[in-house]
Design a protein around this ligand. Sequence first.
Ligand SMILES: Cc1cc2nc3c(=O)[nH]c(=O)nc-3n(C[C@H](O)[C@H](O)[C@H](O)COP(=O)(O)OP(=O)(O)OC[C@H]3O[C@@H](n4cnc5c(N)ncnc54)[C@H](O)[C@@H]3O)c2cc1C
Ligand code: FES
Length: 600
Amino acid sequence: MHCAATRLASILRPRSFRVSSILTLNHLPASASLFSHLPNRHLSISARAMAEYKLKDVTSLSLKVGDKQEAEVEGIEGAKVLLVNAAGTIQAIGPKCTHYGAPLVKGVLTANGRITCPWHGACFNAKTGDVEDAPALDYLPTFKVVEKDGAVYVSGDKETIKSGRRKPNIKCAVAKQATSDKVVIVGGGSGAIGAVEALREKGFSGSITVVTNEGYLPIDRPKLSKALIADPSKVQLRDQAWFDSGSITVVQDEVTGVNFSNKSVQTKGAGNIAYTKLILSTGGTARTLPLQGFKVLGNIFTLRNVHDVKKITDVLGANGGSKKKVVIIGSSFIGMEAANATAKDHDVTVIGMEKVPLERILGHDIGVSAQKGLEKSGVKFYLSASVDKAEPSADDPSKVGAVFLKDGTKLDADVVILGIGVSPATEFLRDNSVVRLEKDGSLKTDETYSVVGLKDVYAIGDIATFPYHGPGSEGKYVRIEHWNVAQKSGRIAAHHIVSPGAVPTGADAYFTPVFWSALSAQLRYCGNTAASGYDDIVVQGSFDSGSWAAFYTKGETVVAVATMGKDPVMVQSAELMNVGKMPSKSQLEGGLDVLSLGAP
Ligand SMILES: Cc1cc2nc3c(=O)[nH]c(=O)nc-3n(C[C@H](O)[C@H](O)[C@H](O)COP(=O)(O)OP(=O)(O)OC[C@H]3O[C@@H](n4cnc5c(N)ncnc54)[C@H](O)[C@@H]3O)c2cc1C
Ligand code: FES
């Protein structure tokens, strides 16, 4: 176990150093460097970096379990730490979420020491700083704190305090013949990155090969429809050096089939790749319209990857970026986000089959509010509408010029974006006699994301239909297309590969799905209604004020929560759902504020 040994050594080294240095530091005056009297050449890099810094305006460490407090660090410009009482351990951690930098002081710290980000639900263990749930990839650093003479001091090295993040240690030099364990991951998306990180973090020492047909390293896909970023290096989650450091091979190729008997995947160009454990994480294939014009005309695009975005932005940027007519088909999340991203500079029309946008997931009133938000930016809506055909442009008959609705309405178009959903990307398994796909093309799994009926094969992310144990769902099978769910399922599958006998517990046994969307304002959502459905919505706040929380209920049980402008109600609800303490519908109707319940 070469990698496990390396990992153990690297875990032990900094910890033992930190403890001994802190004992000494506690006797030093504030801000004094422990080794300042020694010439630099006598110091190891880490020893030279350790120092003690005073926290501005903090006079005592009287935090109760679940309490947190942000503090400025004197002597390091712009630096802050977050003081926490993590289930009895008082210490400091990085103050910002390592995903997009949300202030964790506004998040939720649970009684058992888990801190959840208010924006998109990333969870960290506040004792160790390790990631417990997506979408964060980097850990938080942890620092010892000490109170003396009416002041509080934090110990750490300047760079780490300043950066407020810590890369997980995935270093692993796989010895060529040392191990026969080979994990092959098909797909390079959210699920894959979760699996890769968790495999190495948990000490997996075999080879890891990721086969992806996307043409670049795993990217932050949710940003595509929010900011139309056409350069993969700007949305890359990890760089090549990072994959190299963990001995993770990324093969840019398409998987065309799997031989489950001799345990190998077939690729278009790289031949067969053998595995001992296989993780399938191929995500979704964006749907297209089987209607006249849509298959043959140019400037009609789906929106799933950077290649799609590049094509869209090339058209939008043509003629010096002059105003274009953008027709978006589909009034669910991708369509609404694409409308939001393009409305400032272009004439945007959204066509939807529903009466109001997002109605199926969020309900009528929230859909209306989302529609009004985009209408303020000039977006026009054609709802309860069906598309008939696309016709060519008069200037260039190879390109689209208009979209016609079934009622005869003609909508001029320079570019059409299709946001009409995805199907599980499992075409390469369709004719496989060993595997049975579900009706929608997905793979049925158990709680560990092992594919039912197959040995040593996992399906994660958008292609997995798994038993959901959230409120009101009773283990019914669902497929959830969320970024966090894909990454979390990758982490759970990795855990099962490393510790096959371990029964999932805590955060791995049940997690609350979290979703977000950039509409006219940030929408946050947790829970799921696919298994249970919902029969009512309790709304606190008002849509007009832009600050509201909607609780989706089935009987007395809250099965999902959506919020806008009400942080951290969504993550507080997610944590309450995790521990089975979400209040009832009647309590919420009576005005109960979930934040008043304190640390879950
Ligand atoms: C534009 C956009 C915005 C989104 N925004 C949000 C959001 O704000 N919040 C949220 O929660 N969710 C969002 N989602 C959904 C979220 O991105 C997905 O649920 C998530 O990416 C699923 O992860 P995955 O690993 O299953 O699949 P993906 O991330 O799609 O990765 C699948 C990978 O497999 C590769 N692949 C497919 N077939 C093959 C093959 N045969 N051989 C080799 N490689 C293959 C693909 O190229 C891709 O690299 C968004 C999705 C899109 C498209
Ligand atoms: S900023 Fe924390 S989860 Fe996104």
